[in-house]
Design a binder for this molecule. Structure first.
Ligand code: SAM
Ligand code: DTB
Ligand code: SF4
Length: 339
């Protein structure tokens, strides 16, 4: 798939082949290229990430997206990290889909608190036809409030991405989650290729792509580098790249395997953010799940490494997130301005 040999030049310095439409293609990053970033001395890596960040973004701005779980629990999939899979005993119940009124109330509250994007998540393998119509109403309603809209509903079938685009969906979140090589260790009910298929449908419908992954699941540094290289080699790279630190939830297989203990050093998480920033200069890099556990000092390093977006609000989907007051205090301390 990667048709360029590894070069001593970073991909950003290599000559880019023009794509068929005459526009330059985004540079290809190999896992070795990205591994080279991970292996830089920490200060050199962060300096390079800052240079790239400042060349492409306002270094002191942070974009705020608020999540809402519109359909919680009871999912048929076996993702080893996920508290919403029906087969694991995590204390998350299979709930009915929220009604339009409740979703719009939450969206209004998110907007009042300062979020600019509202992301609706469902614990589905993918939406059934009868599920999609109410979601389309939610997208229309949230859009009408003047918020950017995002959904994460699992795998999409023919016509579904187009219907979402038609309703006014701005972003679709669908993560590669981990490298192709490690994927089968984490999920068996679908493959890495299925994720790429849905990402292609999202792109094809003209919806912006939000695609990232989870680190701290027992993967190696090379596997983390391979994930970042694959994200950066999507053509074009995702507009938004959420980097999640695994939130270990009791009852999930990964909690059992890792005994609730961190699988990576927090500074390795910071390195992952920096590698994402350097390899995807124009993308928004979102410091995503796990912020509560990382603490303020590590979050500050993540912003220094080029993260410029967060999930904002007391909850992610079913687990906790720093509350709004804590985030406001952190942004104030760091001189970060909501974008
Ligand atoms: N069911 C859909 C799917 O899997 O694509 C959408 C919702 S799913 C909960 C969205 C994303 O949440 C996953 O791709 C994963 O990256 C993230 N996620 C789920 N559980 C997590 C956890 N315990 N820690 C960190 N990220 C998690
Ligand atoms: C993403 O990459 N992270 C968010 C969002 N996209 C949907 C979800 C994180 C979920 C963390 C565990 C939970 O609360 O379910
Ligand atoms: Fe279902 Fe998504 Fe959780 Fe996997 S990550 S179990 S698909 S809700």
């Amino acid at each position: 798939m990667l048709d360029e040999p590894t070069s001593i030049l970073s991909p950003g310095q290599r000559t880019r082949e023009p794509a068929g439409d005459g526009h330059p293609r985004s540079p290809r990053w190999t896992p070795d290229d990205v591994l080279g970033l991970f292996e830089l001395p920490f200060a050199d890596l962060l300096f390079r990430a800052q240079q790239v960040h400042r060349a492409h973004h306002d270094a002191n701005a942070v974009q705020l997206s608020t999540l809402l779980s519109i359909k919680t629990g009871g999912c048929s999939e076996d993702c080893g990290y996920c508290p919403q899979a029906a087969r694991y005993h995590t204390g998350v119940d299979n709930e009915a889909m929220l009604g339009l009124g409740a979703v719009l109330d939450a969206a209004r509250a998110a907007k009042d608190a300062g979020a600019t994007r509202f992301c609706m998540g469902a614990a589905w393998r993918g939406p059934k036809e009868r599920d999609l119509a109410p979601v389309l109403d939610m997208v229309r309603g949230v859009k009408a409030l003047g918020l950017e809209t995002c959904c994460t509903l699992g795998m999409l079938k023919d016509g579904q991405a187009e219907a979402l685009a038609e309703a006014g969906l701005d972003y679709y979140n669908h993560n590669l989650d981990t490298s192709a090589g490690f994927y089968g260790e984490i999920v068996t009910t679908r493959g890495h290729g299925d994720r790429l298929d849905t990402l292609g449908r999202v792109r094809g419908a003209g919806i912006h792509v939000c695609c990232g992954g989870i680190v701290g699941m027992g993967e190696s540094r090379r596997e983390r580098a391979a994930l970042i290289a694959e994200l950066a080699s999507l053509d074009p790279p995702p507009e938004s790249v959420p980097i999640n630190h695994l939130v270990q939830v009791e009852g999930t297989p990964l909690h059992a395997k890792l005994h609730g203990e961190r699988a990576i050093d927090p500074l390795e998480f910071v390195r992952t953010i920096a590698a994402a920033r350097i390899s995807m200069p124009s993308s928004m890099v979102r410091l995503s799940a796990g912020r509560r556990e990382l603490g303020e000092a590590v979050q500050a390093l993540c912003f220094l490494a080029g993260a410029n977006s967060v999930f904002y609000g007391d909850r992610l989907l079913v687990t906790g997130n720093p509350d709004v007051e804590a985030d406001r205090a952190l942004f104030e301390k760091l001189g970060l301005e909501p974008a």
